[in-house]
Design a protein around this ligand. Structure first.
Ligand SMILES: [Zn+2]
Length: 84
């Protein structure tokens, strides 16, 4: 397996969709190839960060936002002077 192959398998590997044979080859390649290990590390962190951001965003939905707050935001927006 080359680095190029490994990167192609990355998504399936993280999703657990990789057949065991390829999983094994992927793991083996990672064990031998530091750049790919570093890449996987960074990739994982990116995914975790974006998932975290998404779940934090999901906490505040439009339904949960108090009506007064929505009105206040809309009012503040319309009061923003135009910068010429
Ligand atoms: Zn590699």
């Amino acid at each position: 397996m080359t680095c190029h192959d490994a990167l192609n398998f990355l998504d399936d590997y993280l999703d657990g969709n990789l057949p065991w044979g390829q999983r094994l080859a992927f793991g083996l390649h990672l064990g031998l190839c530091r750049p790919c290990r570093d890449y996987l590390d960074g990739y994982r962190k990116t995914i975790e960060a974006s998932r975290k951001a998404l779940s934090e965003q999901a906490v505040v939905t439009c339904e949960q936002l108090p009506e007064e707050m929505v009105q206040a935001i809309l009012a503040a927006r319309s009061q923003t002077p135009h910068i010429e």
